[in-house]
Write a protein that binds this ligand. Structure first.
Ligand code: HEC
Ligand code: HEC
Ligand code: HEC
Length: 426
């Protein structure tokens, strides 16, 4: 009896210690700031902040469709419910007008609001923590110049227990590593700049890294790609595998995709078109190229492709017939496309990706590459979701995935049916 009590006592003490340790780990502040070199001239600092806000795509989550710049209210769907981007205009009462530069740094670097409230990682501070203090100060300076808007931020609508912010302490203890990365002295300035942008403000991992059931990305998986559950699009791996990743792209190709929305092998569609539109088209040529150079240095780990059934000759035959009737006038008989107008489908990573989801969604919904300064009037693709049924599309997409040198395996009508349901959801 006595022994029992003692064991229970020890267990209880251990549990308390673990909780205290988790709480401490999950709420501690990080002291790294990176090199301090904010432009001294206030106007220059504001301009720098404007550029960084585009590189970080802050408006994507803080400007609602049709709403005022940075006034918040943008719904951000997560597997746990919906969170709304808050008002970050300099309004004193409902925005961040009363915040100091230190408060702002605390949010970006340590993921805490002004009053110390732990913030949900739907705000990608897990990546922004790598932004230097100097760049955070420039962002702060710029945000103070936008029009203040009186609009209270909307509370998150999350399911229990995710609505309990205190639990974020444990999540953060497990998955959040605050800190500015010191430059790697063995790599070039260009590579380091690229890594800083890709892993920091660019927050490419938010979509291109696989997530676990608690919504955390695992650094060990790198930018290995995966389905974005709430968007129902597949973000391809940004690693260097020639089949599933960017192995056949040059750093210049990647920079072209980011700046213009189209590249030699592919064009940006769906959520990536939005990223190009709102963010990466505004990057300087040097910064876009630095990102390409960094991404090209990633290992060639192939994505988990799984095994897909070979396509029956009859299905290839039917798929080919639909292709010649509906698609060849733009994508050309041998899938070779026409540079600058119609993307090639031969060797196109969207077509050969391990997941056929994006190719199916393009056929269902059609789409436009983003309008950018370099490609101001992009050609569009009409939707075929009404005119072709699930069987037709399964054969058609199987055909383009297995013609002209593409060898990506077959697609089932069930996959098309699921993609159709997703495309009506969002
Ligand atoms: C992917 C969406 C997303 C992007 C991109 C994003 N934010 Fe946010 N941000 C959020 C969400 C959601 C919250 C609120 C989190 C919460 O309530 O816990 C937030 C909170 C904040 C806060 C804290 C506000 C407060 O009242 O506590 C600041 C400051 C902020 N973001 C600034 C920025 C800046 C600057 C950028 C660009 C560099 C940016 N955000 C980009 C989604 C985003
Ligand atoms: C909101 C989610 C999201 C974010 C953030 C995002 N991507 Fe993407 N990206 C996608 C999706 C979805 C695709 C697949 C659609 C397509 O092919 O355009 C994609 C495709 C790509 C492609 C391949 C294009 C192609 O057509 O095969 C490249 C290169 C790329 N992204 C680079 C980046 C980089 C670099 C960043 C960070 C600056 C980034 N992405 C941030 C969702 C995202
Ligand atoms: C009127 C011309 C036109 C027709 C017809 C057409 N497409 Fe497209 N297609 C385009 C354009 C333009 C794009 C680029 C759109 C974008 O980036 O969002 C595109 C993009 C695609 C993509 C994504 C490529 C990428 O790089 O992201 C696939 C897959 C595709 N088309 C397949 C088809 C199939 C299959 C058909 C026949 C059912 C078809 N298209 C019919 C013009 C067309």
């Amino acid at each position: 009896m006595k022994l029992m009590k003692r064991i229970l006592g020890v267990l209880l003490a251990l549990a308390v210690i673990t909780l205290v340790a988790l709480y401490w780990l999950g709420t501690r502040d990080d002291a790294s700031t990176g090199p301090a070199a904010a432009p001294a001239d206030p106007q220059q600092r504001i301009e720098r902040g404007r550029y960084l806000a585009q590189a970080g795509n802050c408006a994507a989550c803080h400007t609602a469709r049709g709403g005022q710049a940075y006034a918040g209210g943008t719904p951000i769907p997560t597997p746990f419910g919906t969170i709304y981007g808050p008002n970050i205009t300099p309004d004193e009462r409902t925005g961040i007008g009363a915040w100091s530069a230190d408060d702002f740094w605390q949010a970006l670097h340590n993921g805490k609001s002004r009053d110390g409230t732990l913030l949900y990682p739907a705000f990608p501070y897990t990546e922004y923590t790598r932004v230097t203090r100097a760049d955070a100060d420039a962002l702060y300076a710029y945000l103070r110049t936008v029009t203040p808007v009186n609009q209270p931020s909307r509370a998150p609508e999350l399911e229990f227990p995710y609505d309990q912010r205190i639990l974020l302490a444990a999540w953060r203890a497990l998955y959040f590593r605050p800190g500015v990365q010191p430059p790697d002295p063995d790599q070039s300035t260009q590579w380091n700049r690229g890594r800083y942008l890709v892993e920091g403000l660019g927050h490419c991992a938010a979509c291109h890294a696989p997530r676990n059931s608690l919504g955390a990305t695992r650094a060990a998986d790198g930018l290995a790609g995966g389905i974005i559950p709430t968007l129902d699009w597949y973000a391809p791996p940004l690693t260097n595998d020639p089949q599933t990743g960017l192995g056949r792209w040059s750093a210049e190709d990647i920079a072209a995709l980011l700046r213009t929305g189209i590249a030699a092998h592919s064009s940006a569609s769906g959520p990536m078109a939005e990223v190009v539109l709102g963010s990466t088209q505004h990057l300087s040529d040097a910064d876009a190229l630095a990102m390409g150079v960094y991404l090209k240095s990633l290992p060639a780990s192939p994505a988990a492709a799984g095994t897909r059934a070979a396509v029956a000759p009859a299905a290839m035959e039917l798929g080919g017939r639909i292709y010649r009737q509906q698609c060849a006038q733009c994508h050309q008989p041998a899938g070779e496309g026409s540079p600058g107008a119609w993307p090639a489908l031969a060797g196109n990573p969207t077509v050969t990706a391990p997941s056929p989801l994006n190719a199916i969604r393009m056929v269902l919904d059609g789409g436009f590459a983003p309008a950018t300064a370099a490609n101001p009037r992009p050609h569009g693709m009409p939707p075929f979701g009404q005119s072709l049924n699930d069987n037709d599309i399964a054969m058609l997409v199987s055909y383009i995935r297995n013609s002209w040198g593409n060898q990506a395996g077959g697609v089932t009508p069930l996959e098309v049916k699921r993609a159709r349901a997703a495309s009506t959801r969002n």
